[in-house]
Design a protein around this ligand. Structure first.
Ligand SMILES: [Zn+2]
Length: 475
């Protein structure tokens, strides 16, 4: 019975492939940065509304966020998440050499045009199958803005929009077909504004209070702190403003910090220490300061049972192979890729047999969980969802091996058939896994039991201040 249900979804995807790819390509062309994804959000929301979903727009104080819901009577609620945002400065044509559509404009260097379309199309495919086979349940598709600035899902969770969702799936473009139990770093992002007093830097420096001194003293303090925090933590900063010109004592200066660590409570600990260092900088430089909290997120709570159902569906669908034209495209693009960077990327990824992939263009295998126990150094707002409902973001091959993250090469492949293949494969995988969760109560029960076990009585506490609004302009 389940096989027939999935066939209904898969054949809907086959019949509508042209339309699905057209939506992805359109979003690719819009390439809007975080919380400015007005055209992309409208494209997705309008289309899914026409497919019979009830759409709530502008949720969680974010004009471009939406939730599309379709209900078919009693049954589980399965969530599918899709991204909207692009990256500044990565405008790129779908060609194997660097050529922007518009110099300096944003581009989909992280493939979120595919990310969003996968969830959108998989939700509708699930609906068609459930209608046809009379299966009860609810499908919820989330249009998630601003993944790149770690904002969208943190606020969606804060606004309780995943309440009642039994499990949540998400797809991220990449260079591997896999769903693993790795985690990610929790993070705080904040700026510290220091205030002093201006004076002539040569004429009467004794009257000046340098805000830049405070920034430098704070960063010095943080660099001494490093030795005494856990090795896995990451603290990075940029001085965003340090003054106008050398002969004026700067009355104002600003520094932007990220604090990351594998566990949320470690971030809290280090963050509080950094705040004390800022107080110390005030004492030394005689300044005052204000902390502007921007965003924060959790570490991913893995779920092996969810990973298994996704990988099983990948196997059922079968991973795409690349044709002559795609290989030629990749060969040409490979000229712009640093072999050492590719090697280090593969080594770090720990995928099985990575050494053998050094001279290969694509990894067309379906890989089992090879990231068990690993904590990726980066951070994701998917993590926050994973603490309120069992969640997995899986990846499919939408680019060749060695493609740098957030690059013009990533953007180029997402706008042509290499990306298209990974997108259709991901859509079928997501719809198939979603229908398994919808129709196999034992499976869903296992996923939920593991979630509870991993949570181990810990409770998700929003990592952002409760009254904080999402930053509608880029940070
Ligand atoms: Zn991304």
């Amino acid at each position: 019975m389940v096989v027939m249900v999935k066939e209904a979804a898969f054949s809907w995807i086959d019949e509508n492939e042209k339309k699905i790819l057209e939506i992805s390509d359109k979003a690719w062309g819009f390439a809007e940065v975080g919380l400015q994804e007005y055209n992309t959000s409208k494209l997705f929301a309008d289309w899914i509304e026409r497919q019979g979903f009830k759409v709530e727009r502008g949720v969680a104080d974010m004009p471009t966020a939406f939730v599309a819901t379709w209900n078919n009577g009693n049954g589980p609620t399965i969530g599918l998440m899709g991204e909207l945002d692009a990256l500044a400065g990565l405008s790129q044509k779908a060609v194997p050499y660097k050529e922007p559509v518009k110099e300096g404009a944003p581009g989909h260097g992280c493939g979120h045009n595919m990310h969003g379309t996968t969830a959108l199309a998989a939700a509708v495919a699930m609906k068609r199958a459930m209608e046809e086979r009379k299966i009860g349940g609810t499908v919820k598709m989330y249009g998630c803005p601003a993944e790149e600035t770690l904002v969208g899902k943190v606020w969606l969770v804060r606004h309780d929009l995943f309440k009642g969702v039994d499990a949540c799936l998400s797809h991220h473009p990449g260079s591997a077909n896999t769903a693993g139990t790795g985690s990610s770093n929790a993070l705080n992002s904040f700026k510290v504004h220091f205030y002093g007093r201006t004076a002539h830097a040569a004429g009467d420096p004794e009257n000046g209070i340098s805000a830049l001194d405070a920034v430098e003293l704070m960063s010095n303090g943080v660099n001494f702190m490093r030795e005494h925090i856990i090795e896995k933590a990451r603290v990075h900063y940029v001085t965003e403003y340090g003054g106008g010109q050398p002969n004026v004592v700067p009355a104002y200066a600003r520094v932007w910090y990220y604090v990351r660590s594998p566990e949320r409570e470690q971030v809290d600990y280090i963050y509080n220490w950094v705040l004390q260092i800022a107080d110390g900088a005030d004492k030394m430089a005689r300044t005052t300061h204000r902390v502007e909290f921007l965003t924060a997120c959790y570490n991913v709570l893995p779920n092996k049972a969810l990973c298994d159902v996704i990988v099983a569906n990948m196997r059922e669908v079968g991973a795409p192979v690349h044709d002559e034209g795609e290989i030629r495209f990749a060969e040409e693009m490979n000229k712009s890729i640093d072999p050492m960077q590719k090697k280090e990327g593969l080594r770090k990824s720990k995928r099985p047999g990575w050494e053998k992939l050094l001279d290969t263009l694509f990894d067309e295998r379906i890989l089992d969980d090879y990231q068990a126990g690993e904590v990726g150094a980066g951070s994701t707002d998917v993590a926050d969802v994973s603490w309120v409902t069992p969640t997995k973001e899986f990846s499919t091959v939408t680019c060749m091996l060695g493609t740098p993250g957030h690059s013009w090469q990533f953007a180029a492949q997402g706008g042509m058939s290499i990306g298209h293949k990974g997108l259709i494969f991901a859509t079928k995988t997501m719809a198939g896994a979603g229908l398994d969760l919808m129709t196999k109560p034992k499976l869903l029960k296992g996923v939920k039991a593991e979630f509870k076990e991993r949570l181990a009585d810990r409770k998700y506490k929003p990592p952002i201040p409760l009254d904080l609004k999402p930053p509608l302009k880029q940070f």
